[in-house]
Design a protein around this ligand. Structure first.
Ligand code: NAD
Ligand code: SER
Length: 314
């Protein structure tokens, strides 16, 4: 049977790039882009205007296109959710339940749902954070992701729902803009370096966080969704690692390519969020279970970001 795939939140930072990759795998007519608003990125795909919280509309879209796989990307990210905690909880949890319940009823047969390094909190070991460790998230976003992980595992164990998940680090890409996270500075810094030559960072200079280049995040997403079911042994969510850096370190690397680049620092409420997260991640389980290995290190990411952003800005 040909897979019919629905991406909910297809216009976001990840969705824009995932759509391109799933088009290559399944063919654009088999990949349906859903979001609150349309986007030029959907030019080759069927598009559905959809609010994930509208259960009836969701069911109708799934029936209309005979969808069997869903990638659920719609969520409020860490910084936005902190400004509107109750709505962050509602969107992140009810959206997930709406999809998990369709899978429980066997209306769809495979689900991808991303978690985050935000599931960890201030009491988690910060260096090389293990797959299984203390998890006391202190943000509403992290609480919603941790609860989501528990529910994913519960639906797998109780109802045999084939749900797969990754704890993404901060994601960096040039094709799309980030949507309200604490790691967004690591994308903004490139645009500012090329446009004005200076950047005021909302995190302090030594705030080290785990990060990943978008092509690796997309590769991991596609790999876990295509792995044999028996290899996906963790049904909460897998740790995933690329590289780690602080604002001071990435600024120094960018300066090697743009010598006049200057960075200044003015921390805001996102500093508390970042301070509660790990600095580096141990992703041994992902590599052992389904062969995960990143392609990009920090220097390769920086070169590729600057090369592509220079092209689109010239
Ligand atoms: P984003 O904010 O860029 O995109 C989310 C998309 O969902 C947007 O296009 C938005 O319009 C859409 N959306 C919002 N509410 C919706 C609703 N009610 N119905 C339908 N669509 C709705 O986010 P992203 O960075 O692409 O993240 C996607 C997922 O990956 C989220 O679950 C996020 O928590 C997770 N994640 C992202 C990162 C990262 O660094 N980008 C890291 C860890 C986890
Ligand atoms: N990049 C995301 C954020 O900062 C982490 O999930 O919210």
């Amino acid at each position: 049977m040909t897979d019919k795939v629905l991406i909910i939140g297809a216009g976001g930072q990840i969705g824009t790039e995932l759509l391109e990759r799933l088009n290559q795998i399944h063919g654009p007519s088999n990949v349906i882009a859903a979001d609150l608003n349309s986007s030029s990125a959907f030019a080759n795909n069927p598009y559905e205007k959809l609010d994930i919280l509208d259960k009836e509309a969701l069911y109708n879209v799934i029936k209309k296109h005979q969808i069997n796989q869903v990638y659920l990307l719609a969520a409020l990210l860490s910084a936005t959710a902190e400004k509107n905690p109750m709505f962050g909880w509602q969107l992140n949890m009810d959206g997930l339940f709406n999809i998990l319940n369709l899978a429980k009823e066997k209306i769809i047969d495979k689900v991808y749902w991303p978690s985050s390094i935000a599931v960890f909190g201030p009491t988690t070991p910060k260096l090389n954070t293990p797959q299984y460790t203390v998890m006391e998230p202190s943000t509403v976003y992290g609480i919603s992701k941790q609860a989501g992980e528990r529910w994913c595992e519960y639906y797998f164990n109780k109802y045999n729902v084939d749900v797969r998940s990754l704890r993404y680090p901060g994601l960096i890409g040039w094709k799309s803009a980030p949507g309200g996270g604490t790691t967004d500075y690591a994308v903004h810094i490139f645009h500012h370096a090329l446009e004005s030559g200076n950047y005021e960072c909302f995190l302090s200079e030594d705030t080290t966080l785990p990060m990943m280049y978008m092509p690796d995040a997309i590769k991991a997403t596609v790999d876990i969704m295509h792995a044999p079911s028996e290899n996906v042994k963790i049904r909460s969510s897998y740790n995933l690692a690329g590289f780690s850096f602080s604002p001071k370190e990435i600024a120094a690397e960018i300066k090697k390519h743009i010598p006049n680049f200057e960075i200044t620092y003015k921390s805001d409420f996102r500093q508390n969020i970042a301070d509660s997260w790990p600095q580096s991640i141990d992703d041994l389980s992902a590599s052992q279970d389904w062969g995960w290995k990143p392609d990009y290190d920090l220097n390769q990411m920086i070169k590729d970001m600057l090369l592509n952003l220079r092209k689109i800005k010239s």
